[in-house]
Design a protein around this ligand. Structure first.
Ligand code: ACO
Length: 362
């Protein structure tokens, strides 16, 4: 039987750190609050456009799969922070990779975007529409942060992760999936004014329109329920019990959301992958980055039973039960890195501060 298998994986994190201690000098917060309420210690700020992060994560995933760019049929980029709204980030990535035979499009389900894309691409591969897809989750949400708003400024970071999905005869791949959405409460997590519904005069009058605003406690509650329920549904549909799960790779938004989701599933914390301390919430990128690190750390074995779960703006959510394939090591690796930068984190955020009005406190 033809299945769709993850055969390559890669990540790209920009090098510049924004630590909790840095944030103490920017907004009224402290390391202890951020660590205990979110689990985050530091996050990255990108010095390059989103498409550069996405392209490098994609190149690393292609090398791991042993796939040449010209053999890719589809480049899909899950993002809500493309370089430009038109053309798509995926088109730019296709060009940067030299994926000359590929179609390319973006997909926006915010933090759930990578799972929506993985489910879509796997369906296309399994049904024979295409043979090879490069699925990238990438976001630079710090671009949409108002650093004078402490309820959002401490949560997000920039990054990209990618997987290659290929046709296989192996008995592996996605076994069950769920996607969900509730647009009736969209305004509890949104970047109002970031799209075409905002009048030109309004944008001119109020420069703060495009920043992310969020009702944190409400998002928290709904995230735990949606991720827990969707995970339970895919575990049941896969015919698994919770004991069968080798690893839960959840969206990294807040360590307390992750812990509460695992408790709701009655899953031991030793079976949950968490790396939020290092990167914060990188939106659509958290799951492919976490999966890449889980593979690098030997937490995924041949045939491992994995559950992915995500939640984000929309509201949107998704979960996947997936049996990993027989190869868990990369076929090859590349040396390429992002261009170096001498800029400090404050240099990189200077334009943001000038626009939204935040900045180092005197
Ligand atoms: N530093 C210090 N104090 C803070 C900070 C901060 N950075 N942020 C808020 N506080 C204060 C509040 O002002 C409040 O003070 P008060 O009691 O004097 O009014 C107090 O801390 C508690 O605030 P809450 O909002 O109730 O804190 P909570 O425990 O809920 O934690 C948090 C807030 C971390 C935002 C949490 O609600 C959360 O993680 N929610 C989910 C957010 C999320 O995951 N969003 C992304 C989804 S993915 C996507 O699609 C983009």
């Amino acid at each position: 039987m033809r299945n769709a298998l993850i055969t390559g994986w890669g990540k790209c994190l920009p090098p510049t750190l924004l630590t909790n201690h840095d944030l103490e000098s920017i907004v009224d917060t402290d390391d202890e609050w951020i660590t205990t309420r979110t689990g985050i210690k530091e996050r990255r700020i990108s010095h390059v456009p989103l498409s550069d992060l996405a392209a490098l994560a994609g190149k690393r995933a292609l090398a791991a799969a042993g796939v040449e760019p010209e053999d890719v049929d589809l480049v899909m980029v899950a993002t809500c922070t493309p370089d430009t709204l038109m053309p798509s980030a995926a088109g730019m990535v296709q060009n940067k990779l030299g994926a000359t035979s590929a179609g390319a499009f973006d997909q926006n389900a915010a933090c759930s975007g990578f799972l929506y894309s993985l489910i879509s691409a796997s369906g296309m591969v399994a049904s024979g529409v295409i043979d090879t897809a490069l699925v990238i989750g990438a976001d630079v949400l710090t671009h949409l942060l108002d650093f004078s708003d402490r309820s959002t400024a401490v949560l997000f970071g920039d990054g990209a992760g990618a997987v290659v999905v290929q046709a296989t005869d192996e008995d592996a791949g996605i076994i069950a999936s769920r996607m969900g959405s509730d647009g009736s409460v969209a305004e509890i997590l949104w970047a109002e004014g970031s799209g075409s519904a905002t009048g030109y005069k309004e944008v001119e009058r109020n420069h703060q329109l495009a920043a992310i605003s969020m009702n944190g406690p409400e998002v928290f509650k709904r995230a735990v329920k949606a991720m827990g329920d969707a995970s339970s549904a895919v575990i049941e549909e896969a015919g698994w019990s919770v004991d069968d799960i080798d690893l839960l790779v959840p969206h990294q938004a807040n360590v307390r959301i992750i812990d509460a989701t695992a408790r709701r599933l009655k899953l031991d914390s030793s079976k949950v992958f968490v790396n939020i301390a290092s990167y914060g919430n990188t939106s659509a990128a958290t799951i492919p980055i976490a999966l890449t690190e889980a593979l690098e750390n030997g937490r995924v074995q041949p045939g491992s039973k994995l559950v992915f779960a995500a939640f984000g703006a929309g509201l949107s959510w998704a979960a996947v039960a997936l049996k990993f394939g027989s190869r868990v090591t990369p076929i090859s690796e590349i040396d390429e890195e992002l261009p170096p930068t001498d800029a400090t984190v404050l240099d990189l955020l200077a334009d943001n501060f000038a626009y939204f009005g935040g900045g180092p406190r005197g």
